[in-house]
Design a protein around this ligand. Structure first.
Ligand SMILES: CC(C)(COP(=O)(O)OP(=O)(O)OC[C@H]1O[C@@H](n2cnc3c(N)ncnc32)[C@H](O)[C@@H]1OP(=O)(O)O)[C@@H](O)C(=O)NCCC(=O)NCCS
Length: 156
């Protein structure tokens, strides 16, 4: 079922702090608040808050945009809102926005162990380009491999 949602680009500090609070609940590898704010303030970084139909915040997305390429830096839905179609419809919508802004390629890196995310990206048309070995540092110093995935927004 298609979900109703809202995207908000984060511009002011209050929203960026909310973004950080949600980021901390979703991702294992965490930047400090200071480094996180420094990063999302970079000129080529675009960050979004996602809301459901009741205007409740449900997730975040951080994208790096350079020339005609986009990299998905972080994309996540809060745990209690997962498996309801939000991830799929929201990312599909964001890809459409970038396509309309003439971004031709979208890249991402995802742990080879992150089956849910890989399934989501494959469903959205991403293809595995290659494997980066020992890229994801996990607890106890254990490393995980990552897939580099790519989607062309404009078919040739
Ligand atoms: C990956 C993530 C964004 C998916 O969001 P979501 O809103 O739960 O996803 P959706 O409900 O829209 O599901 C879309 C597709 O993703 C895949 N998927 C999502 N959850 C899954 C699960 N528990 N098991 C298997 N596949 C799953 C499926 O292909 C699904 O399509 P389907 O319902 O037709 O099977 C979410 O699990 C998440 O935030 N994870 C933590 C952060 C993360 O790993 N982000 C990605 C790396 S940056």
């Amino acid at each position: 079922m298609k979900k109703e949602f809202y995207l908000e680009k984060t511009h002011n500090l209050e929203k960026k702090i909310l973004l950080y609070q949600i980021y901390k609940t979703i991702f294992i590898e965490k930047l400090s608040k200071e480094n996180f704010l420094k990063y999302i303030n970079l000129s080529y970084i675009e960050s979004f808050l996602f809301y459901n139909e009741h205007k409740v915040s449900i997730g975040i997305g951080i994208f790096s945009t350079v020339e005609n390429e986009v990299e998905i830096v972080n994309f996540g839905i809060k745990e209690s809102f997962r498996k309801q179609g939000f991830g799929y419809y929201i990312l599909k919508n964001i890809i459409e926005i970038y396509k309309n802004n003439n971004k031709e390629n979208i890249f991402l890196e995802v742990s080879t162990q992150n089956t849910y995310a890989i399934n989501l990206y494959v469903k959205l048309g991403f293809k595995i380009l290659n494997v980066r070995e020992g890229y994801y540092k996990k607890n106890h110093g254990k490393k995980e491999d990552a897939y580099i995935m790519k989607k062309k927004t404009i078919s040739s």
